[in-house]
Design a protein around this ligand. Structure first.
Ligand code: SME
Length: 152
């Protein structure tokens, strides 16, 4: 796993205050996508103002039609409500799922907390079946904690 090697790179991207927050998040998405072979789409969704919906933020990978996701809908919308990590080893087994691409086999969504409030999430799609382990969850929670530091 390249996770330990990625941590200092992520920290330096996030600390670069010459770039906007969106530029930094976009760079983090690109880095994760190119560094982890089974990360095929990496993006951030954030709560859309006062609305009970998520709005797509920076991402790396194919463009998606799902730029707005109502709370409760799909894997992302469920995490917006549950505040819990959601690891999906096989998307075909989910009935509350929003398909972004027919190539996607698995998905992981980790909520992002600022001052203990769930303000968004990191969402990763994989074309590999059942690729995510506990290590991915721990690593992505760490990524979100670092992102929260520049958002708060
Ligand atoms: N599959 C997600 C929708 C977002 S795309 O993966 C980019 C879901 O079910 O919420």
């Amino acid at each position: 796993m390249p996770f330990q090697k990625l941590k200092p790179q992520i920290e330096s991207i996030l600390q670069n205050d010459k770039a906007t927050v969106d530029e930094r998040l976009s760079e983090v998405c690109e880095l994760l996508k190119i560094s982890v072979p089974y990360y095929d789409w990496v993006g951030f969704y954030f709560k859309n103002g006062d609305k009970e919906e998520l709005k797509l933020g920076p991402y790396a990978g194919e463009p998606t039609d799902h730029t707005i996701i109502p709370f409760g809908k799909g894997i992302c919308g469920q995490v917006a409500v549950s505040n819990k990590n959601f690891v999906v080893p096989d998307v075909k087994a989910q009935n509350n799922y929003i398909a972004c691409s027919i190539d996607v086999r698995a998905e992981i969504v980790i909520p992002l907390f600022v001052n203990r409030e769930n303000i968004g999430q990191i969402d990763i799609d994989s074309h590999t079946e059942d690729p995510f382990s506990h290590e991915d969850e721990v690593f992505l929670q760490w990524v979100n904690e670092k992102v929260a530091e520049i958002l708060s």
